[in-house]
Each structure stands twice: as C-alpha cells, then as structure tokens.
Ligand binder design. Structure first.
Ligand code: NAP
Length: 281
C-alpha cells in the first residue's frame, strides 16, 4: 500500500468493516475507491475519508452485476490509478428458515456472497496481472467457513465456506501471475450486519477488525484469522465428530429457538437475525 498512483479499492465501503478499512487507509493519507450500491451512504464515507486526510472516489456498483463492476473499475483506472489492493467486503446474511427450507433464500445469499466475489475476481484478474508489480485482493470470508453448526446460520456458513475454498484453490496459481490473493476469516464484529443479533461472543469493534486485516496483509499472511481465541475454537470444532454437534443441538434449550433456529453462541456464526444490509433495495 504505497506509491503515488496507487489506490485501494473497497467493495462494500458504505458501512461496517469496509468503512473502517477506508478510514484506516485515509488516516495514512491514502487514495481509496469506495464501491457499493448507495450513493448517499458512500458519499457520507467519502466525506469522512477526506476529513481523515485520504482521497476518496465513489463508484456505484452491485456485485451481482458484472457490467456495473467493469464500469466501477474503469472509473478508477481511467484516472491512471494503479489498483494496489482490492478489499472485497460486501456481504449479506439472513437466517435460514429451518421449518420451510428455501432454495431461493440460499440462492440470494450465494449470488451476493459467492457469485458477487467471483464477479469481482473475474474483473480484477486481467487488470492486476497486467499491472507492473501485480496487486493484492483481500477477500472477506468468515470463521463460519471453518465449520457449520446446526441451526439458522446454515446458508451463510455455506456461502462463506464456498468463498474460502475458492480462494484456497486460486491462491497459488494466481501468485504465479503476480496476484496476491488473501482470505480473511474472522469472528463477530459490531456492524449493521450483526446489529439485530444476540449473544455475540468475543465481539470486536470494526476499527479493530480493520486494523487486524491491514496488519495481516503487511505481515504477508495468505490467510488472516482473528480474533485468536475464536480462530482456535473453530479449529477445535473442525475436529469434532459431526454427531457430537448434532447431539448438542438436539439437547439445546428450545426456549432459545428463533424463527430461524436456535441462537448461535459460537464465534463467527450469525444467530439467523436478518441483516439490514441483506434487504433488497
Ligand atoms: N460483522 C460480522 O460479524 C462479520 C463476521 C465475519 C465476516 N463478516 C463479513 O465481513 C464483510 C463485511 O461485513 P460487515 O459486517 O461490515 O457488513 P455490513 O456493515 O452490513 O456491510 C456490508 C457491505 O456490503 C455491501 N453490499 C451488500 N450487498 C451488496 C451488493 N449486492 N453489491 C455491492 N455491495 C453490497 C453493503 O453496501 P450497500 O448495501 O450500501 O450497497 C455494505 O457496504 C461481509 O462479507 C461479511 O459477511 C462479517
């Protein structure tokens, strides 16, 4: 993250971790491309970026629409700017309906969280490969990619597992092309996404999450996981036989059942509450 003509592109910059990344980079006097769907929300972040000493550029784009992604990237690169790092921070979560499973609900999450990321990867690959010195893509996944637990976060965990697996498969081949692909898996952060969820262990502030991501990138980590205790817990859960988790679920207190299933107390999992950012505009 250096150089006069460099820009960091943040997809999903209008709130949460994306906004905090933008402000952290602004404090270092950097140029940031703020990408998302809402001009009003992005303009608000752009004003903050300017206040903190950065140089913002707002580009409207929906991750589900490849043409809008190409247009956003063109808006940035036509200025002659070199995309040094792209942070893919867009994402939604909605509870999985455990009584009436809906393929359409799963598809809606996959379109944003998986195909949306893939659309950006498709657009970024030729651009970064052609740039002198290549570039970096940081994909924001979740610790919930590590192990799905029974309950209302099934769809979300499935989407994040797909994203993490995709990055694992592409990382080494893309490195040969000069592109550094970094997976970021983390636990609960206080953002609009988690605003309506209850019981969020090891909850972090978005500024701390942004700091951990930038720190991991500067250390050259291929996969960034935090907070440490949550990451260790998820490692342990991966080793747990599936039947054990199922038994824990069957023995859980039905009093904590939500319309989407029981609240989830494991770090990095949503309890199934609907996200404001998940609502269609
Ligand atoms: N918060 C957590 O506890 C947590 C934990 C682990 C991982 N994560 C992951 O971290 C990332 C950031 O989450 P957050 O908590 O910061 O959420 P957030 O505050 O709700 O922000 C989500 C961002 O995604 C953007 N977005 C959603 N759908 C989009 C679309 N179709 N096209 C373009 N942009 C879209 C939103 O922008 P607009 O709606 O303004 O367009 C918003 O800027 C997500 O991938 C999330 O899954 C979050």
């Amino acid at each position: 993250m250096s150089g006069d003509g460099d820009v960091s592109v943040i997809v999903g910059a209008s709130s949460g971790v994306g906004r905090s990344l933008a402000l952290a980079l602004a404090r270092e006097g950097r140029r940031v491309g703020l990408v998302g769907r809402s001009e009003e929300r992005l303009s608000r972040v752009a004003r903050e970026v300017t206040m903190f000493g950065g140089e913002p550029l707002v580009a409207l784009s929906d991750v589900r629409d490849p043409a809008s992604i190409r247009a956003a990237l063109a808006q940035i690169t036509l200025r002659g700017w070199h995309v040094e790092t792209a942070f893919l921070s867009s994402g939604i979560t909605e509870g999985t309906d455990l009584q009436n499973f809906s393929a359409a609900a799963l598809d809606a999450i996959l379109q944003t969280n998986v195909v949306g990321v893939a659309n950006w990867l498709e657009a970024l690959q030729p651009l970064l490969r052609a740039q002198p010195g290549g570039g970096t893509v940081a994909v924001l996944s979740s610790l919930s990619a590590r192990r799905a637990v029974p309950g209302g976060s099934a769809n979300y965990s499935a989407s994040k597992a797909a994203v993490s697996q995709l990055c694992d498969g592409l990382r080494a081949p893309w490195a040969r092309q000069g592109i550094r692909l970094v997976t970021v898996e983390f636990g609960f952060v206080r953002t609009p996404m988690t605003a309506r969820m209850e019981r969020l262990p090891l909850l972090m502030e978005p500024e701390d999450a942004a700091g951990a991501i930038l720190d991991g990138l500067r250390r050259g980590q291929p996969v960034i996981r935090f907070p440490r205790l949550a990451a260790l817990t998820m490692n342990a859960l991966r080793l747990l036989p599936a039947g054990w988790l199922d038994r824990l679920y069957r023995g859980s207190d039905p009093g904590v059942e939500t319309p989407h299933g029981p609240g989830n107390e494991l770090p990095g999992y949503s309890s199934g509450a609907e996200s404001p950012s998940g609502a269609e505009e």
